[in-house]
Design a protein around this ligand. Sequence first.
Ligand code: GLA
Length: 393
Amino acid sequence: MRRCLLFVVALAFASLPVTAQKLAATPPMGWNSWNWFAGKVTDADIRKAADLIVSSGMRDAGYVYVNIDDTWEGKRDAQGNITTNEKFPDMKALADYVHSKGLKIGIYSSPGPQTCARYEGSFGHEEQDAKTYADWGFDYLKYDLCSYGKNMRDAHPDDIAAQYMMMREAYEKMHQALLKTGRPIVYSFCQYGLDQSWQWAPSVGANLWRTTGDIQANYTSMMRIALSQAGLSKFAGPGHWNDPDMLEVGNGKMNHDENLSHMAMWSMLAAPLIAGNNFTEMNDDVRSILTNKEVIAVNQDKLGKQADRVWAGEETEIWSRPLADGSVAYAIFNLAEGQSAMRGLRLHLKEAGFPSGTAHARDLWAGKDLGVIKDTDVFTIPRHGAVLLKLTK
Ligand code: GLA
């Protein structure tokens, strides 16, 4: 009986209209407070981030969402309305300030009673919270599973399918609450890829859904996440995107080549480009990697077709994605370890739809035409570095 009920509910979700298409027609771009500020973020940090996203040229490069992550929440008032804590004295004023810069603003919550940092979640107050976010003027909601996992396990200790159905229902509940506000709000799922989020998240309103656990600011974590995206391209497209987590470009000890690989991979994956670095310390190298117009154009390509792996060898990865103008974005990664791991890597053009084994190439990082390249050509790539090409026949 329960199985039958689950099937009926699943069918109902599958046939829901996807209202997401108009929002996030290309992968959302912006900045989020978590990767750098984590629990310390304040109103002043968000205002400063908004100022610097404009003055650094990030906004004009396409980064328009300024997103507050966890730890803004206060308690509920007598009517059950969510309030802010002392770090965020006036959310409406903050949203107005961010909007006044030609930007949009995002907020964060959980379907559980508590967020991951143990602040107040939206459980039992979904409609009320969605209305509050809309009244404050928010344009984006990241909805993080967190403590709702316990609700799921408590309700169905031995039935993972029933737990997952509860998860879908919880995300659908907030989806409906957001729709009811009448305000366009990008809906970002954060449940770490559970139950293969890419299979069902778009049917319950997701514009983007996390496909993995949390990224860390190092090459190993970033590349592990990147490579786990192989095979997911068919689930993404305009309005609905796989989210391999926010960018760590400029954070931790990632060097120039590692940051290039990170940005190249996220662009190839049509991943949301949500920067997570501290703008007050952003150097020119990081800024130029984050704002490279030709690389961002790959990420934002209107066709919205995420890259697939073309070829993998020992410590080499080659990925490609078709672009709207008929060309192909083509990325080669050198994963080799060791300080002197500069390597000459062969192309594999035939595997990427160039049967002649030749193509006209443009180097997107350098912004330079390379003329005709051949399969037998060798690209010399530093340890942990990447080459990103635009190929035409
Ligand atoms: C989870 C999410 C992170 C961040 C934190 C906040 O770990 O995956 O991206 O939002 O919660 O507590």
